[in-house]
Design a protein around this ligand. Structure first.
Ligand code: AHR
Length: 501
C-alpha cells in the first residue's frame, strides 16, 4: 500500500494539556426512528431477549463501546412526542401517527423501559423534552416524574408505575433542532430562546441538580447559523449549561480526498460556536461559561436514496440504514480526534446513532447482529480516550481538496490515562497514496515506549461488513519494530507505556 513515505514530526509535552476529558464525550443516541428501538434494542421475540424484551446480543455489543450517556427519545421525533404515552400499563398505551418520520409509534417502549435498558447497558440517559408541540409545563412534569421523591402527582405516577426510586437523569436537552423548518413546530431564534429560557427555569426549579442543553444550529450550513446561537443565548444564557451542535458528514460525490478532510470542518464549527458563546458571555459580563454539546454527529448519506422508497405509516421501517465502509471508519476516527482536541469546550458528544439507524451496530430483525466499520474507531477511542487530552504539535505536509487548502495530511490527538500509566496517540493519515512515518518527541514521558499499534487500513476504501461477512473490515495490530508507520487513508491508535526508567 503506497510506495512513497512522508514524515510527520509529533511533539507532546506533559505540561501542555487541553483538558480533562468529560466521559460524556463518548455518548451516543437512540431515537424512536426506524429500527433503532423496535428490532434494535427491543425485540421480545428475539432468541437473546431478556425479561423485559431487550435484545441481549445488542446489549453486549453496546457494552463493548462503553457508552457513558445515551440521548433519548429524539431527534426530530421528540418535537411531537407526548412522554406520558410511553409510561404505565403497556396494554393501554396509544398507537400514534409519528409525524417526524411518518411512521407508526406503538409506544411499547417509553421512558419507563428506556431508563431501565440504559441501566442494563451501563449508561446514563440524556433526556430531550418536547419544545415543538409542547412546552414548559410538560417538561417540568417530566423532570418531576423522572427525578423527584416528593409526595406529588408526577413523582407518584412514577411510583404507581412501579418505580419507587427516581431515575436520576442529570443531562437534559431543551428540544431538538428548533432552527430547522422540517422540525415539528419550528421556531425563530427569538421564539425558541424565550421558550428555552422559561422552560429551563421551571425544570431547574423542579430539580436544581440537572444540566441543560439549548439547541444550537442543525448544521453549520444552516442559513441562520451564528445569528441563531447569538439570539438564543442572549435570551437564555444564565439558565443553560451547554449549547448543542449537530453535523453529519458524507461523500455523496465520491471525492475521497475532500471527504477525508471532514474533521477540518468539524473543528472550525466547534471553534465558531465556542467564540459565539464567549461573545455573549462578554456582552452579559457573565462569570459563567457555556460549553458545547455536540449531541448529533456522524456520517449520513448512504441511505438517502433508498429512504425515498420507504412506505409511510409502518411500525419500525428500515430508515437511515447507512452501510459504512473503510473510508467512513477513517473519517469517523478523525472526527473523534477532533472532539478530543476540543475537549476544553466540548463536554458532551453523541454519536448519532447507536443501532440500525446511521449506526455502528446493525441487526436483522429476528436474526443476526454485526459491527459496522465505524464501530471500531469509536470503540477504541471510547475505551482508551479517557483521562486528559494533551496538546499535540504536528508538523506534516498539506494538500488541497474540495475547495479547501492547507489540509494537514496527518491529524492526531493524545490522551494520558487517569493513572498516568498509559499514553495513547490517535492518528489518521489522510493521504490517498503515501504512508507516513511518525517521528515522536514525548517530553515528560521518558521511558514510555510503544506497546501497541492498531490500525484500520486497506486497499479497498469501499469495503464494508455485512451479516454474511461481518469481519471483512476490522482493526489489525501492526508491527512496531521498525517504528510507527501510518498507511495511506488509515486510522491508527498507538499505545505507549513506561517500559524503562
Ligand atoms: O439522527 C437523525 C436525525 O438527524 C435526528 O432526528 C435529527 O435531530 C437530525 O436532523
Amino acid at each position: 500500500m503506497g510506495g512513497n513515505i512522508m514524515k510527520a514530526r509529533i511533539v507532546i509535552d506533559k505540561n501542555k494539556t487541553v483538558s480533562r476529558i468529560d466521559d460524556r464525550l463518548y455518548g451516543s443516541f437512540i431515537e424512536h426512528l426506524g429500527r433503532a428501538v423496535y428490532g434494535g434494542i427491543y425485540e421480545p421475540s428475539h432468541e437473546t431477549a431478556d425479561d423485559m424484551g431487550f435484545r441481549g446480543d445488542v446489549m453486549e455489543m453496546i457494552k463493548e463501546l462503553n457508552v457513558p450517556i445515551i440521548r433519548y427519545p429524539g431527534g426530530n421525533f421528540v418535537s411531537g412526542y407526548n412522554w406520558e404515552d410511553g409510561t404505565g400499563d403497556k396494554s393501554k398505551r396509544p398507537k400514534k401517527m409519528e409525524l417526524a418520520w411518518q411512521s407508526v409509534e406503538t409506544n411499547e417502549v417509553g421512558i419507563d423501559e428506556f431508563q431501565e435498558w440504559a441501566k442494563r447497558a451501563h449508561s446514563d440517559v440524556m433526556m430531550a423534552v418536547n419544545l415543538g408541540t409542547r412546552g414548559a409545563d410538560e417538561a417540568r412534569n417530566l423532570v418531576e416524574y423522572c427525578n423527584c421523591e416528593t409526595d406529588t402527582y408526577y413523582a407518584g405516577m412514577r411510583r404507581r408505575n412501579g418505580f419507587e426510586k427516581p431515575f436520576g437523569i442529570k443531562t437534559w436537552c431543551l428540544g431538538n433542532e428548533m432552527d430547522g423548518d422540517w422540525q415539528i413546530c419550528h421556531k425563530t431564534a427569538y421564539e425558541y430562546g424565550r421558550i428555552a429560557c422559561e422552560t429551563a427555569k421551571l425544570m431547574k426549579w423542579t430539580d436544581p441538580s440537572i444540566e441543560l442543553v439549548a439547541c444550537g444550529s442543525a448544521h453549520i450550513n444552516m442559513p441562520t447559523f451564528g445569528e441563531w446561537e447569538r439570539t438564543v443565548l442572549r435570551e437564555c444564557y444564565e439558565h443553560v449549561d451547554y449549547i448543542s451542535l449537530h453535523n453529519y458528514y458524507g461523500n455523496p460525490n465520491n471525492d475521497t480526498a475532500a471527504y477525508l478532510a471532514s474533521a477540518v470542518d468539524m473543528d472550525s464549527f466547534i471553534k465558531q460556536v465556542a467564540a459565539i458563546c464567549d461573545e455573549v458571555k462578554a456582552e452579559k459580563n457573565s462569570d459563567k461559561t457555556v460549553n458545547l454539546s455536540f449531541d448529533e454527529w456522524n456520517i449520513w448519506f448512504h441511505s438517502n436514496e433508498q429512504d425515498k422508497q420507504i412506505e409511510k405509516w409502518q411500525v419500525a421501517p428500515p430508515l437511515l440504514e447507512d452501510i459504512y465502509n473503510l473510508e467512513d471508519a477513517v473519517v469517523l476516527g478523525d472526527l473523534l480526534i477532533t472532539l478530543i482536541n476540543n475537549s476544553d469546550r466540548v463536554k458532551i458528544a453523541c454519536l448519532a446513532q447507536l443501532v440500525n439507524v446511521i449506526a455502528p451496530i446493525m441487526t436483522e430483525t429476528g436474526g443476526r447482529i454485526w459491527a459496522q466499520t465505524i464501530f471500531y474507531p469509536f470503540m477504541h477511542t471510547s475505551q482508551r480516550g479517557r483521562g486528559t487530552a494533551l496538546e499535540v504539535s504536528c508538523g506534516c505536509g498539506t494538500y488541497s481538496a474540495g475547495g479547501k487548502k492547507d489540509i494537514p495530511f496527518i491529524n492526531t490527538a493524545a490522551v494520558i490515562s487517569e493513572d498516568g500509566g498509559e499514553l495513547t496517540v490517535f492518528a489518521v493519515n489522510r493521504s490517498l497514496d503515501e504512508s507516513c512515518t511518525l517521528d515522536l518527541s514525548l517530553s515528560g514521558y521518558e521511558g514510555f515506549n510503544p506497546v501497541l499499534h492498531t490500525a484500520m487500513e486497506g486497499d479497498d476504501l469501499k469495503a464494508v461488513n455485512t451479516a454474511d461477512d461481518p469481519k471483512k473490515v476490522v482493526p489489525a495490530e501492526k508491527d512496531i519494530s521498525d517504528g510507527i508507520i501510518l498507511s495511506p487513508h488509515s486510522w491508527n491508535m498507538i499505545v505507549f507505556q513506561k517500559t524503562a526508567e
